[in-house]
Design a protein around this ligand. Structure first.
Ligand SMILES: [Zn+2]
Length: 196
C-alpha cells in the first residue's frame, strides 16, 4: 500500500494524496438487506454457480432439441414418403441452389414430387389415366427418374451415376448437380424448352 501511495504522490505533482476507507455499504437499508441475502445464499445446498451455461451454448441446445423433435415427427409421419427417400434427415440448410432460376424451379418441383407429369395431370383431370405412354405404367417422378424409357432418360441418369461411381438412387440423383443437369437436358429433349 505504501508503494502505491508513493507512486500516486509522484504522479500528483505537488498535491498530496490520502487513501481512506469509506463505509459505502454500511447503514443503507437496501444494501444491508442485499448483503444479508447474499450471505444466506452461501448456505443453500443446491446452489452451484458453475452449472450456469453461456447463452450461445443454450441456443445450441435449444436448436438441437427442436431439430430432434422435428426429426422424430418427420420420421414417424406417413406422408411425404417420396421426399423422405431423398432427404431422410431434416435440416435448415438450403436444399438446391442453381442458376439459371428455371433449373432451380424444375429440380425443386421434382424434389417435391410436383413436376407436371401425367400422374399429376390426371389428379387435376387433365390426363385420361396418368400413365406414361411409352412405359405403360403410372407416370410418376420416381418412375421418370429410375425406370422411364422416354428418350432413354433413366438409362442416361444411370450411366451418369455409374460415371460418378455412385449408386443410382433418388437421394443420389438429388445430391449431385451434374446428374441433375443430365436429367434436365433429357427433360428438355422430351418436353421441349417449355418444361424449363
Ligand atoms: Zn416412361
Amino acid at each position: 500500500m505504501a508503494e502505491v501511495l508513493d507512486q500516486l504522490n509522484d504522479m500528483a505533482q505537488g498535491s498530496s494524496v490520502t487513501v481512506a476507507w469509506i463505509p459505502s455499504h454500511v447503514g443503507i437499508h437496501g444494501n444491508e438487506a442485499a448483503d444479508a441475502a447474499a450471505k444466506e445464499g452461501l448456505n443453500l445446498s443446491d446452489v452451484n454457480s458453475t452449472a450456469y451455461i453461456e447463452w450461445s451454448e443454450m441456443k445450441t441446445k435449444i436448436q438441437r432439441c427442436i431439430l430432434n423433435k422435428w426429426q422424430s415427427e418427420y420420421t414417424e409421419s406417413l406422408v411425404e414418403a417420396f421426399y423422405k427417400e431423398i432427404e431422410p434427415l431434416v435440416s435448415t440448410s438450403m436444399k438446391y441452389v442453381d442458376a439459371p432460376r428455371r433449373r432451380e424451379v424444375q429440380i425443386t418441383r421434382l424434389r417435391l414430387d410436383k413436376a407436371v407429369l401425367n400422374s399429376h395431370l390426371h389428379k387435376m383431370k387433365r390426363h385420361p389415366d396418368g400413365s406414361c405412354k411409352e412405359c405403360d405404367v403410372p407416370d410418376t417422378t420416381k418412375q421418370l427418374l429410375l425406370d422411364c424409357c422416354r428418350k432413354n432418360i433413366s438409362l442416361t441418369i444411370r450411366n451418369k451415376c455409374q460415371m460418378l461411381g455412385v449408386e443410382c438412387t433418388l437421394s443420389n440423383i438429388f445430391r449431385y448437380q451434374s446428374i441433375q443437369h443430365v436429367l434436365l437436358d433429357k427433360m428438355v429433349e422430351i418436353w421441349g424448352e417449355q418444361v424449363m
